[in-house]
Design a protein around this ligand. Sequence first.
Ligand SMILES: *[C@@H]1O[C@H](CO)[C@@H](O)[C@H](O)[C@H]1NC(C)=O
Ligand SMILES: *[C@@H]1O[C@H](CO)[C@@H](O)[C@H](O)[C@H]1NC(C)=O
Ligand SMILES: *[C@@H]1O[C@H](CO)[C@@H](O)[C@H](O)[C@H]1NC(C)=O
Ligand SMILES: *[C@@H]1O[C@H](CO)[C@@H](O)[C@H](O)[C@H]1NC(C)=O
Ligand SMILES: *[C@@H]1O[C@H](CO)[C@@H](O)[C@H](O)[C@H]1NC(C)=O
Ligand SMILES: *[C@@H]1O[C@H](CO)[C@@H](O)[C@H](O)[C@H]1NC(C)=O
Ligand SMILES: *[C@@H]1O[C@H](CO)[C@@H](O)[C@H](O)[C@H]1NC(C)=O
Ligand SMILES: *[C@@H]1O[C@H](CO)[C@@H](O)[C@H](O)[C@H]1NC(C)=O
Ligand SMILES: *[C@@H]1O[C@H](CO)[C@@H](O)[C@H](O)[C@H]1NC(C)=O
Ligand SMILES: *[C@@H]1O[C@H](CO)[C@@H](O)[C@H](O)[C@H]1NC(C)=O
Length: 877
Amino acid sequence: MGPLLHYSLLKYLLFVILPHLLTQCVSSMQRPCLHSERSALLQLKESFILNRSASSYSLAYAKVGSWKLEGQGDCCSWNGVECDDNTGHVIGLDLSSSFLYGSIDSNNGLFQLHHLRRLNLSDNHFNYSKILYAIGNLSRLSQLYLSFSRFSGQIPSQVLELPKLVILDLSGNIGLELQNPSLKSLAKKLVNLKYLNLDEVNASSTIPQNLANLSYLTYLSLANCELRGEFPIKVFQLPNLQYLRVSYNPYLTGGLPEFHKNSSIESLKLANTGFSGQLPKSIGNLKSLSFLSVGNCLFSGRIPSSLGNVTQLIILDLGVNKFWGSIPQSIFTLTNLEGLDLEDNQLSGAIKLESLLNLKNLKSLQLSWNNFSLLTTSAVMNVTVPKFRWLTLGSCNLFEFPNFLSGQDELEFLDLSRNKIYGLIPKWIWGFCAQTLQVLILGGNFLTGFHQATVVPPWTNLRILDLGSNKLRGFLPIPPASIYHYLVSGNLLTGEIPSMICNLTSITTFDLSHNNFSGTLPPCLGNLSSSLSVLNLQNNSFHGPIPQTCKKGSKLRMIDISQNQLDGQIPRSLVNCNMLEILNLGNNRIEDTFPSWLGRLPELRILILRHNGFHGAIGKPKTKEFPKLQIFDLSFNKFTGHLPSRHFPIWKAMKVVDVGKLRYLQANFSFKVTNYDWDFSFSYSMTMINKGMETEYYRIQEFLAAIDLSSNRFEGCIPEDIQILKAIQFLNLSNNLLSGPIPSSLASLTELQSLDLSQNKLSGEIPQELVELTFLEFFNVSNNQLIGPIPQGKQFATFENNSFKGNPGLCGNPLSKKCYSEGSSPPPPSLSKKDRDSRSWLEFGWKVVLLGYGSGLVNGLVLGYSFNPMKHKWFVK
Ligand SMILES: *[C@@H]1O[C@H](CO)[C@@H](O)[C@H](O)[C@H]1NC(C)=O
Ligand SMILES: *[C@@H]1O[C@H](CO)[C@@H](O)[C@H](O)[C@H]1NC(C)=O
Ligand SMILES: *[C@@H]1O[C@H](CO)[C@@H](O)[C@H](O)[C@H]1NC(C)=O
Ligand SMILES: *[C@@H]1O[C@H](CO)[C@@H](O)[C@H](O)[C@H]1NC(C)=O
Ligand SMILES: *[C@@H]1O[C@H](CO)[C@@H](O)[C@H](O)[C@H]1NC(C)=O
Ligand SMILES: *[C@@H]1O[C@H](CO)[C@@H](O)[C@H](O)[C@H]1NC(C)=O
Ligand SMILES: *[C@@H]1O[C@H](CO)[C@@H](O)[C@H](O)[C@H]1NC(C)=O
Ligand SMILES: *[C@@H]1O[C@H](CO)[C@@H](O)[C@H](O)[C@H]1NC(C)=O
Ligand SMILES: *[C@@H]1O[C@H](CO)[C@@H](O)[C@H](O)[C@H]1NC(C)=O
Ligand SMILES: *[C@@H]1O[C@H](CO)[C@@H](O)[C@H](O)[C@H]1NC(C)=O
């Protein structure tokens, strides 16, 4: 088996830089400040601690440091203080990025500065204070900046009552809420607003239509505000609007209007919303537009060639949508473009490298996950190609490493995955962009190896190296010490894991699965557990004991060492893996008793011990073991005794049916490098017997629940209690020594899709109630001692002879043996509409799995990870 590489990339070039603030007052001939306001300022100063970590702006400094108690210094000359020339009243206070740390209460001197018109407290740490109702006393305020300052709680109605407010910036305060009063009341009251920024404020509501009443707005930013519903289209047509951002509101819907020539829109940022429809041709009228971002929405149709008239465009992000068709050539005339993201659409056609040469300012080009052919003829070797920082040319029908890459020296991110590049990785790749490269993705090609036996990649800042799903031979290349995610799954690599690997103290994902590695596992692997989250060694030829992989404080979330020849016992140190979610030890030679002590791992969801030498009875649970267990596979071992029915009531996760959104089990990581926050996710995979066939799940649905105890020596009855495990979809108890009747309570397992009780000694009749299992697609009770009529109708009409054979006492359809009371059995009804609907819903779920499988089939090989780096716009800690 080998890799399927799926990754999508969302990139945001813009990041908020808290601007440099320099409102230093000019003190010349004005009136000095008033005594009362001077003491109010000093009291304000005293109420905070100065703490460098309270501000993140690099030029931050302690403005209040110069505020002196002694002498008669005029407070109008203090840093950050602005006074009215005539009256001497303090009318402006800019303490942004000033290292202020501490709570604000209503006695704060701030609230005595009744003449304030401008207040800026951005980029400090107010210790999650509420914004106080006393702000209402500052009734002359026209500008209020409280962004990135750790305020929290409900925004008080007093803010909405400030009659002169034209600028309101409360962005970047996670935990701040605008629900009561709501955004709707804000739009009703603050009708003079020109600038409104509520990014990250939880406004959790339907987007109010009266936003379009704010007719003076030039700047509106509502990113990540938990807004829903249809965005009022009139907002786009507000006469003064220049900046509109509603990104990261996934439930916000809407479409784009026709744009007129008189529009002054400069920035449109709708990424990560539910906006849909087409880009109107009239977008060509937006002569001032420099930033257009509609990534990760539901847009479709063709990309209008009128975009070529938007000559000011700097960023064009259309990634992760459904645009059909080819790229209009006019886009290659946009000489100001710095970022072009077309990734993950349904675009096709040939792109000539020459056409990119006009775009001299291009720094980021993302074309992956389409069906482009990038034509890079060697004729253009000698021309100046833009210097890229981000370049994704995945699935661009490349047959070789494009020559122009050798001239690049500023690349941070390079993706050449899923092309048709054959042969050795050229030496120059191993030497370029040594300082800058952070991500290199070469997976899904036909690369065969390196130019020398031992390769030490030179990139000193490399965080992600993906060489998966190629034809690489030879020894494992050791990535640089900076590496976080290292993926070489699905190659032909051989040799041992060098112990040098244990020097990679930042490594988080280490995936060597589906190769020909051999030897024993280095004992020092355990040293990595303070950084390592995903260890995937599946399907190699490792032998010997399993090393002690977990120390206290281990971060391991997935250990998959299945399909090797490892022996011995399960190392007891695994109990230190407090975060472990998946443990797959299947298909090895482990000889041990049931590891009930693993039940103490609070996060364990998947435990697979199949095909080993496990033996003995599964005792009673000692504590509330395995609270999150949802996939439990002990098949093909030598377990004896009764089924572990005492455990059923404590397996909480299998008792509750969760039919939430289709999501997959994965490990998510974020990390920060230079200016960006990155997200990376690794989808868990596994192999399991599903409906009688060994199936590779390259992704696992979050609510999949399954029990496979087949091919052991379990005896006794199937307990009625099994009905408590309401969520299970797959139950396989076949090939054991189970006796007694099939409990009718199985009919309560309404999620069951597959029930295999074959090859036991079950007796009695098949309970009629089982026909109520409307999702049941696979049913096997063959080779038992069952008697009587086979239940008829519904799903049972779809099962064939094989499901029932080897039970001489059974009769009725589909068996040829007739029951005596044949005449009285009801005719098999066809599926009711309701059943069909729910089944097609279910099949939809499966289809998603299979589709991904099919489309990701690289060399007929399948693997399970998806790669989702994401650059965020801000540097919220
Ligand atoms: C400084 O602020 C940080 C929070 O940003 C806090 O954790 C730390 O304790 C503060 N230090 C002092 C001396 O107050
Ligand atoms: C921050 O808030 C906490 C809880 O309200 C309080 O105990 C602590 O004293 C505050 N710290 C500062 C520096 O104001
Ligand atoms: C206040 O701070 C914000 C964010 O740091 C900045 O954009 C704005 O220009 C500042 N306003 C004034 C009046 O200084
Ligand atoms: C704020 O105004 C209210 C009434 O308008 C007044 O009672 C209160 O003392 C004022 N607070 C301050 C701090 O000035
Ligand atoms: C936002 O507020 C709503 C309503 O109070 C709440 O259900 C939701 O969990 C909040 N979101 C976050 C991220 O806190
Ligand atoms: C505000 O918007 C609402 C709904 O769009 C509208 O009915 C109302 O007339 C508007 N009010 C003003 C003052 O424009
Ligand atoms: C812009 O042009 C459209 C159509 O020509 C017109 O309806 C609208 O009133 C104009 N807006 C402004 C602000 O001039
Ligand atoms: C671009 O603008 C010009 C003049 O404004 C117009 O003639 C042309 O049709 C526009 N091109 C597109 C593709 O819309
Ligand atoms: C390539 O460019 C270099 C320097 O610009 C020049 O000396 C050389 O002759 C060019 N080669 C070709 C084949 O044009
Ligand atoms: C690992 O690092 C240590 C110290 O940094 C060094 O002495 C040792 O040689 C390294 N081991 C290998 C195998 O590179």
